[in-house]
Design a protein around this ligand. Structure first.
Ligand code: FES
Ligand code: FE
Length: 374
């Protein structure tokens, strides 16, 4: 890095190889995605006993499912016989059991081995010990969070602390009652960029005036380029003539009734490291989950959550969805334009952060401490 030669206004970024090097990506998978709490699926994606989704967390494929009693379960998607992938679909439902498509070892919804060809002739096999290996799960905000660590980090000291750092207290997020909201729209983006470029982009608003014309119309203070996330519990106020957080500033849908009066007509955003962004406006939540797939590829699943009554009524939410869908496309296009330059000789020492981006250096310090804990 070249920080010693920089003028005071500038801080250096990470060198380009941090966004391209498979060895660094492998370290991130091991020490971040497979060790921290990872937000995997929306609870309503697995509505019933036996409903499942498969997700990629770090290098591992997981099955997220529900037991007969409705409890969320997460398993490594690896057969205990000779390792075949059990569920090959992204989502689906089984009646009572998962059956491996190779030699038909069969596991109940708690992961216990319940059947296999000739199993009765092998009475010494412990059916729990040879069951599907479970992963730690936690339900919060209506999402299923998993940790592949033997001893997961404290959920309160990691995930919830991010909310405290940003909003002052978890209650300020609780007001939106995320667990009770319904998914009105989901869009999945396959982004040809490293996950850190997406985090860094989300953390700053220096780009807002350039690439987000619709967003800066609704939130005029974003045109100044100051990231709202720098100030504890600051929400960006809607412009004077703006009626709702919609693509044209027209009225949105019903306000979430439990929000604090101070949260009305304001937009708040939180980054929950390593892979979640939460955006709050009075009548909906935009919730991003990233799945880092390769150094230069990140799948982003984005949910728009509204009051259940709004979704059930079939109300048109397209103007609300369109605003952040455009913001997403604008942001992800910018990240995709940046990714190729990460392997340029011009970027071998990295780039620079201006003062309104200086807080991104904190993200870099966090990352370096994770992947190189010496
Ligand atoms: Fe699954 Fe053989 S690998 S039953
Ligand atoms: Fe942006």
């Amino acid at each position: 890095m070249i920080s010693t030669q920089l003028p005071e206004s500038l801080l250096s970024t990470l060198p380009g190889r941090y966004y391209t090097d498979p060895a660094i990506f492998a370290l991130e998978q091991a020490t971040i995605f497979e060790d921290m709490w990872f937000c995997a699926v929306r609870g309503s994606d697995i509505p019933d006993a036996g409903s499942f989704r498969t997700v990629q967390v770090g290098t591992e494929s997981l099955i997220i499912s529900r037991s007969r009693r409705g409890e969320v379960r997460a398993f490594f998607n690896v057969c205990r016989h000779r390792g075949a992938k059990i569920c090959t679909e992204e989502s689906g439902a089984v009646k009572r059991a998962f059956q491996c498509p190779y030699h038909a070892w069969t596991y109940d919804l708690d992961g216990k081995l319940i059947a296999a060809p000739n199993l009765t002739k092998m009475p010494d096999i412990d059916r729990v010990a040879y069951g599907l290996r479970r992963v730690h799960v936690r339900e919060w905000l209506g999402y299923v969070w998993v940790s592949l660590a033997d001893e997961p980090p404290s959920f309160e000291a990691t995930v919830e602390q991010e909310i405290v750092d940003r909003l002052g207290e978890v209650e300020n997020l609780d007001h939106y009652d995320l667990a009770s909201l319904s998914v009105g729209k989901r869009i999945v983006y396959d982004v040809a960029a490293n996950w850190k470029l997406i985090v860094e982009n989300f953390m700053e608003c220096y780009h807002c005036a350039t690439i987000h014309p619709e967003l800066t119309e609704v939130l005029p203070e974003f045109a100044d380029g100051l990231a709202a996330q720098v100030f504890v519990n600051h929400g960006a106020e809607f412009g004077a003539g703006v009626q709702g957080f919609t693509v044209d500033g027209s009225a949105g849908v019903d306000t979430i009734p439990t929000i604090d009066p101070e949260q009305d007509r304001r937009y708040y955003a939180v980054t929950i490291k390593p892979q979640v962004f939460v955006n709050m406006v009075p009548d909906h939540i935009i919730f991003h989950r990233m799945y880092p797939m390769a150094p230069d590829r990140t799948v982003v699943e984005c949910d728009w959550l509204f009051l259940p009554s709004v979704v059930a009524s079939g109300r048109d939410v397209s103007k609300s969805v369109e605003l952040f869908h455009r913001v997403n496309r604008q942001d992800f296009d910018a990240c995709e334009r940046t990714q190729p330059a990460m392997s340029s000789r011009m970027y071998a020492d990295g780039g620079v952060l201006v003062p309104s981006e200086h807080h991104i250096a904190g993200f870099h310090e966090w990352l370096l401490a994770k992947i190189d804990p010496r």
